[in-house]
Write a protein that binds this ligand. Structure first.
Ligand SMILES: Nc1ncnc2c1ncn2[C@@H]1O[C@H](COP(=O)(O)OP(=O)(O)OP(=O)(O)O)[C@@H](O)[C@H]1O
Length: 294
C-alpha cells in the first residue's frame, strides 16, 4: 500500500506554511518549521509574557498534550532567547541539572573538565530554561534550584565550588501535569517561586483553527466532527469516566492525521482508544466515536 502523502496535499501545506511565515513579525520567525501555540484566549500568552518580562518564573499547569511545550517555545522565541530543556524524571539529579565532571586530554595532559548542564548553560548565557514535568522529579532533587528561582538568582555549584550566577535574560518556565500517574505534589517552597498559568485543552473554534493549520486532515466537516469528539472526550474525562490522557490534543491530532487514510473510527481507535489501559475506557472512546463518525 502506498502511504506517501499525495503531492497536492504536500504542496498545499507548503504554500500555506510559506504564506503564514511571510506574515509573521520577525520574532516569530524562529518558529519556522514548528507550528506555534494556539492560545484559548489572548490573556494566557499576555500574562505569561508580562510575568517573564518582570523576571518571574512561570509554571505552566495543564494536562498531557495541552500545548505546554509549544507555549514555552513560543514564549522563548518572543523574547528572542534559546530554550534549554530539562526533561524531569525520577532519576533527575544535580548532575543532569547543573552539569558533570569528565576527564579530558589537552596537549597529551589529562585534565578534569566541567561540562555544563542545562541550568548552568541557561544561567551563563542569559537564556530560557524549560523544566518539563517538574513534578515527576524526586522532591529532594529540586531544592538545589531554589536559589536560582528567587531574587538571589545564584546557586553554588557543588561540583566546582563556583557560584553560578544568572545573567540578564535568564528566565525559567516549568510545566506540570497535575494528577498524572508518577507525579508528586510540587513542594510548596518551590511552587511559591512561580507564577501559575493554567494551560487547558483548546476547544471549539480555536481547536478547529489549530487542527486546520497542523493536521493533514483538511475536510471541514470531518474537522468539525473531531472538534466535537474532543469536547465529548473532555466531558467524559471531567465526569470521571475517562482518564484525562484520552482527551489529549496530541492524540486527537494523530487521529485526525490518520483519518486522511483510514476510516475515522479506526484512526480514533489506533490514536486514542488503544492507548488506554482500561478496557471500559477503550470501549467508551469507541462508542463516542461511533456516535459521530459512520
Ligand atoms: N494550544 C495548542 N496550540 C498548538 N498546538 C497544540 C496545542 N495544544 C496541543 N497542541 C499540539 O499537541 C501536541 C502536544 O503539544 P505539547 O507537546 O506542547 O503538549 P504538552 O502539554 O507539553 O504535553 P506533555 O504534558 O505530554 O509534555 C503538539 O503536536 C502540539 O502541536
Amino acid at each position: 500500500m502506498n502511504l506517501e502523502i499525495p503531492i497536492e496535499i504536500k504542496e498545499k501545506l507548503q504554500q500555506e506554511a510559506a504564506k503564514r511565515i511571510e506574515n509573521l513579525p520577525d520574532v516569530y520567525k524562529d518558529l519556522i518549521g514548528k507550528p506555534g501555540y494556539t492560545a484559548p484566549d489572548a490573556s494566557l500568552v499576555e500574562d505569561a509574557v508580562i510575568a517573564l518580562a518582570l523576571g518571574k518564573n512561570v509554571l505552566l499547569k495543564g494536562p498531557t498534550g495541552s500545548g505546554k511545550t509549544k507555549l514555552a517555545e513560543l514564549l522563548s522565541s518572543l523574547f528572542g532567547q534559546p530554550l534549554h530543556q530539562v526533561n524531569a524524571s525520577v532519576d533527575l539529579d544535580a548532575e543532569a541539572l547543573l552539569g558533570h565532571k569528565t576527564l579530558s586530554y589537552q596537549g597529551g595532559k589529562q585534565e578534569i573538565e566541567f561540562i555544563p548542564g542545562p541550568v548552568t548553560k541557561a544561567a551563563n548565557h542569559g537564556h530560557f530554561l524549560y523544566i518539563d514535568e517538574i513534578n515527576i522529579a524526586k522532591p529532594e532533587t529540586l531544592p538545589i534550584l531554589n536559589g536560582m528561582l528567587d531574587y538571589r538568582r545564584t546557586i553554588a555549584n557543588p561540583f566546582t565550588g563556583e557560584v553560578i550566577k544568572a545573567n540578564p535574560g535568564f528566565n525559567v518556565i516549568a510545566a506540570i501535569n497535575e494528577g498524572y500517574i508518577g507525579t508528586v505534589p510540587l513542594n510548596e517552597a518551590l511552587k511559591n517561586r512561580f507564577v501559575v498559568i493554567e494551560v487547558p485543552y483548546i476547544q471549539g473554534g480555536t481547536l478547529k483553527e489549530m487542527l486546520k493549520s497542523q493536521s493533514m486532515q483538511k475536510d471541514d466537516a470531518i474537522l468539525d466532527q473531531f472538534v466535537q469528539l474532543s469536547s465529548d472526550l473532555i466531558g467524559q474525562a471531567k465526569a470521571g469516566h475517562l482518564s484525562e490522557d484520552a482527551a489529549s490534543i496530541r492524540a486527537l491530532l494523530d487521529a485526525a492525521d490518520l483519518s486522511v487514510y483510514l476510516p475515522a473510527k479506526r484512526a480514533i481507535q489506533r490514536a486514542i482508544a488503544d492507548k488506554l489501559e482500561d478496557a471500559r475506557e477503550r470501549a467508551l472512546v469507541s462508542n463516542v466515536a461511533a456516535t459521530l463518525f459512520m
